[in-house]
Ligand binder design. Sequence first.
Ligand SMILES: NC(=O)NCCC[C@H](N)C(=O)O
Length: 258
Amino acid sequence: MPSKKALVRRPSPRLAEGLVTHIEREKVDVDLAVEQWEAYGEALREHGWETIEVEPADDCPDSVFVEDAVVVYKNVALIARPGAESRRGETAGVEEAVAALGCSVNWVWEPGTLEGGDVLKVGDTVFVGRGGRTNAAGVQQLRAAFEPLGARVVSVPVSKVLHLKSAVTALPDGTVVGHIPKMDMPSLFGRFLPVPEESGSHVVLLGADKLLMAASAPKTAELYSSLGYEPVVVDISEFEKLEGCVTCLSVRLRELYA
Ligand SMILES: NC(=O)NCCC[C@H](N)C(=O)O
């Protein structure tokens, strides 16, 4: 049976020092962030996901954004090489976790850089954002790792936000959802639905019609409800202050057979 496992990683006590690139820095309340992280994990578990905690990386302020350290396609885990040097220490613990789950492990090598937030899988199409954190060599290495497994890799320019998935994700039927002012080229995505709020473009598919999304996007939640989806809303304000979103706080593993 396909798995419903999700990797998560406890916030570092140094979370407030996390990187900020496209927004103004605001003070982060680390205690509140830990509460929000616990509620996020609870929301996954309530919807049938088994959460697996990756060994904490307390010296890495951004380590809670575990999605950036790895991309998993079928049973192959491609360990990222973050474009942000301060994030390179995050990958070792994630590598251990995916290996323990039985994934085959592959790596992005120098000069490649790639962060998981730049990779959006929609069925067998793998969109990869080429932007501030993922370079052309990283895109080539992703292609080399996943195309032999049946993926079609489509690279997309990203210049207005941190990662591709800071601006677009996809609904269960494969419709890509995005906030146009933050996108470079909406026309690259085929079936596309614009949403009114930036954080409304971030959805985690919990199963059936349920979409995990941030409390900061009420108009988009209404739009999704009107389309027959059921938003499951979590407050992640402290992570949003560091350009994080619901997608980056976990790595969902759906195609492992256990
Ligand atoms: N996939 C994501 O959206 N990751 C968010 C990473 C935020 C972190 N402060 C960073 O700049 O790397």
